[in-house]
Design a protein around this ligand. Sequence first.
Ligand code: URA
Ligand code: CA
Length: 441
Amino acid sequence: MEFVDLITRKKLGQPLTDEEITLFAQAAADPTSADYQLSALLMAIRLNGMDARETAALTVAMAHTGHVLEPDVGGIPVDKHSTGGVGDTTTLVLVPLAAACGAKVVKMSGRGLGHTGGTIDKMEAIPGMRVELPEEEFLSIVRAVGCCVVSQSDQLAPADKRLYALRDVTSTVDSIPLIASSIMSKKIAAGAKGIVLDVKTGTGAIMHTLEECMQLAKMMVDIGDRAGRTVTALVTGMQEPLGSHVGNALEVKEAIDVLAGRTKGPLLEVSLLLGEQMLLAGRLAETREQARLKLTDALDTGKGLAKLAEMIQAQHGDPGVCQDVTLLPQAAVQLPVTADQTAYLHAMDAQAIGRAAQLLGAGRLTKEDVIDPAVGLVMHVRIGDKAQKGDAIATIHANDHDKARAAADMVRGALTWGNDPAPPARLLYARIQKDYTEVFS
Ligand code: URA
Ligand code: CA
């Protein structure tokens, strides 16, 4: 079997055998294999697709190119993953809340990608925080505290690292089987038995249409099932930033505000929806209602915030940020963006909002860029809100005046206003498990 034969078969739209798929995954993890052959096969897959069996085989083969953990953490290891969004800080809210309810959360997260933020960059905004920990320390923190959030180790699914970098530069990111295998190979390698997926749909998501998101969610649930994991996927809205804060320290601040009970709204609501599924997956509740009661109790009694402080301390960070958010990095310039008419906000280009934050330095424009933890923006309006002319609709947090003005223009350009009232954006579109799909309208 030669690699070129795999390319030929996929070019002709034929399915690959499990053996051929294993060869592909091993080649991806082998630094001496040729980028051009891997890239050609990626494009053939992007154009001709892969069925459920092929995608599951690719996922398992990719997971097995590195360590596959079987963590002993004193309970069912659970994990959560979002396909990526803007102002999407659910991890920092729901991981401590779930741990405060007894969950054992083994969370491996990524850095920001394009216009979307990454949990690891956010965590590094906390003074002293360490996100690269040896496997043994990671697991012992999960055992002791109930949760730990670290960056993906190089030992986990190394095939994905190579393929992801090639996809980024060969226009093959937007392939449902390639996204599904990329995400699920890492989740399976990290050893979670219960996996909760947040598949984002809307202007700020990587897959925009609801139909594609439903397909992606179903495929990931199917892969997990074939690998013996319990997976629940929620399809949730990304028509506007989920929280009002976009940027690393700003999002940490918002998560702390939510856990302290100072901020309610969509970020809390989606965190609770995902948290319910985590408690069910960890067998810490029998019904969604029971799970929600536990989570809201952990919120109201401050146990969730205390758990976040405990996790930060275990990861060598300053837990004082949980009581005093001014200990987080702050930007020098705060520039208000004002409404130039009295109108209702009808739509937002959430990707453009993410790009504005990226331009300020909250995300990377090239792989080598160093991010500025302090910068970003805070939105003061959501879809459906009415603004009066002159109202502050956003505040830009910057360390550079020119960038602040450019970001303000991008935010203005991302908003569509109308004279008529508009409904708020939808939050929950679907809940998908094995043999079960619930679509909300
Ligand atoms: N996140 C991943 O880890 N992989 C993808 O392909 C897309 C999003
Ligand atoms: Ca800067």
